[in-house]
Design a binder for this molecule. Structure first.
Ligand code: COA
Length: 173
């Protein structure tokens, strides 16, 4: 059975493992093979341990589990931007759980958290230009593509990333 819950300290390893695996499966065009195969897991373990042990005040993480196995997660930072509102920093669903509505449910729960706890009632995220599948998913959920920029804050290469914005959260809830 699929269930959703908030994350706690003990979850950091499972989240990091799913995050690194999802990068390895989906980000081959944008990250180097060396980074993905040798550094990504260590990088994610460090980030998630830190996020769960010393959470930022505006951090909101939702996990999806199927029979207690982690199959998806989303991590948002409420009111991160004065212009675009809450940042959905990560959203990943395990291959075996794709197409079951997990991604949409996580987005819904994050949008609800935004409506209840954030000052700004809008939400945004960055999706890599090469990640056409995720881009189409966000378009299906009524996101608006605002701009594309070049950055080097994720992975180990320069990437082109697209800002997707929801100004009307009712499209997600
Ligand atoms: C993108 C992702 C989060 C989608 O999650 P998912 O659980 O497979 O999607 P859902 O089952 O919740 O789909 C919800 C709706 O979106 C649609 N959808 C799903 N994937 C889609 C796609 N690639 N293109 C267009 N529509 C899509 C579904 O048909 C469904 O439509 P409906 O509600 O009208 O029936 C998931 O595929 C994923 O983790 N991808 C790899 C990691 C990634 O790229 N993350 C995003 C980083 S920015």
């Amino acid at each position: 059975m699929l269930q959703y819950r908030a994350a706690n300290k003990e979850d950091y390893k499972a989240i990091a493992e799913l995050h690194a695996k999802s990068w390895q499966e989906n980000y081959r065009t944008d990250f180097s093979a060396h980074f993905l195969d040798h550094l990504a897991l260590e990088d994610r373990l460090k980030v998630w341990k830190n996020r769960l042990e010393t959470p930022a005040e505006n951090q909101y993480i939702i996990l999806a589990e199927q029979d207690t196995i982690l199959v998806g997660f989303g991590c948002a930072f409420l009111d991160q931007s004065s212009e675009y509102g809450t940042l959905l920093d990560n959203l990943h669903v395990a291959n075996e759980a794709k197409g079951l509505g997990v991604g949409k449910q996580i987005m819904k729960r994050i949008a609800e958290a935004c409506q209840q706890h954030a000052t700004s009632k809008s939400m945004y995220l960055w999706v890599l230009e090469n990640n056409v599948s995720a881009f189409n998913f966000y378009m299906h959920l009524n996101g608006k593509h605002i701009e594309t920029i070049t950055g080097n804050d994720i992975g180990d290469k320069e990437v082109h990333k697209q800002r997707i914005v929801w100004t009307d959260l009712s499209a997600l809830t």
